[in-house]
Design a protein around this ligand. Structure first.
Ligand code: B16
Ligand code: MG
Length: 218
């Protein structure tokens, strides 16, 4: 990628860490209790999507059977299960590959940010030992429209003081790639999520970023 790039905005779930597995287990527990079929295929559609919108996908045609207050309670129930997994996370859950990649990119002068739909972002970063690492954190607590809307990435760019054209988004999910493209960002798709049509470049491992972002950024 060319030298006009000054910043890299990382998706969190599925890119920096593997909380996607915890989302799956928590939604599965809720769906099982409600007697609703739920599998990895449905789970793929929840990547990058807000908690409330994820619930609609999980409920499917059963959605109309629940009031708004009941849906709020169900979303909260899922989140409480999810948070029990988060509480067990430690800095060891950040892979050495991810840690080294982030450090290398920082040493090369890139501004680094998070752009996540998750309202649990701050807690996850703290658990991973990344609480003070990023130059900016845009998350689900600070936006009104989640991916595929570009709001979270535009917020990240604004917090960093860069334009969208000066930043690259690293995403694992179709909703996130779409959000980044709509926002005018260039996009690296991490294909472990299997959903990156529209990305400018696809990588298989996060450490591949060090070959893409080779030189001095500034
Ligand atoms: P929460 P990302 C997203 O994170 C997840 O991929 C998605 O599955 C989840 O529903 C969403 O965060 C909201 O998470 O319930 O913790 O607020 O991929 O944008 O980092
Ligand atoms: Mg993701």
């Amino acid at each position: 990628m060319d030298n006009g790039i000054r910043a890299i905005v990382f998706d969190l779930d599925g890119v920096i860490c593997h909380t996607d597995r915890y989302h799956y287990l928590a939604w599965k527990a809720l769906a099982d209790r409600l007697g609703i079929p739920f599998d990895e295929k449905v789970n793929q559609r929840l990547r990058g999507v807000s908690r409330r919108e994820s619930l609609e996908i999980v409920l499917g045609e059963r959605s109309t059977a629940y009031s708004e207050a009941e849906k709020q309670a169900l979303a909260e129930e899922k989140n409480e299960i999810y948070k029990t997994y988060l509480a067990a996370m430690t800095p060891d859950d950040l892979s050495s590959e991810t840690r080294a990649t982030l450090q290398t990119l920082r040493q090369r002068g890139y501004l680094l940010a998070i752009g996540s739909s998750s309202k649990n972002t701050r807690q996850i970063l703290e658990r991973l030992g990344l609480g003070n690492f990023f130059d900016a954190v845009a998350d689900g607590t600070r936006i009104t429209r989640s991916k595929p809307d570009p709001e979270v990435f535009l917020l990240a760019a604004s917090l960093l003081g860069v334009r969208a054209e000066e930043a690259v988004v690293v995403e694992d999910a179709a909703s996130g790639v779409q959000a980044a493209v709509t926002g005018g960002f260039r996009v690296v798709g991490l294909c472990s999520g299997g959903n990156d049509p529209g990305a400018d470049i696809t990588i298989r491992r996060l450490s591949d970023l060090t070959a893409i972002f080779g030189g001095d950024a500034l």
